[in-house]
Design a protein around this ligand. Structure first.
Ligand SMILES: [Cu+2]
Length: 125
């Protein structure tokens, strides 16, 4: 029994390692931050907990309302460029986002190749 227990401890520690080395990316912070109102941005940044696989990580952005038309049908925003470098995904917009409400859906892939998704809303005033 004692011998088994001694063997089991290192084996369990090794089992735990791959999870630590290939953790799923979590969104740690973003600019604009979720549920905040900001002046018209030309750039969005999302910072994750893990190094991203660039080409597999990105966002979709839709406008969900304008000052005169709250909660309109989602209007996709196109033409932006997103670049993942290390743990940060930077989205450069062709022009400043107009006033309105937005929903941002992100997808992020780190070392284990699993696609992790999330979303948040923000307002441009
Ligand atoms: Cu995974």
């Amino acid at each position: 029994m004692r011998r088994l227990a001694l063997l089991a401890a290192p084996a369990l520690a090794m089992l735990a390692l791959p999870g630590a080395a290939f953790a799923h990316p979590k969104l740690l912070s973003s600019n604009p931050a979720p549920n905040t109102a900001v002046a018209k941005p030309t750039k969005l940044t999302l910072t994750f907990s893990e190094e991203l696989v660039g080409p597999l990580s990105g966002i979709e952005l839709v406008m969900t309302g304008m000052p005169d038309m709250a909660n309109h049908a989602p209007m996709p925003i196109k033409g932006f460029k997103s670049v993942a470098s290390g743990k940060v995904l930077t989205v450069t917009l062709p022009r400043a986002l107009p006033a309105g409400t937005y929903n941002l859906k992100w997808h992020a892939v780190a070392g284990d190749q699993h696609r992790i998704e999330g979303q948040y809303a923000f307002t441009v005033r």
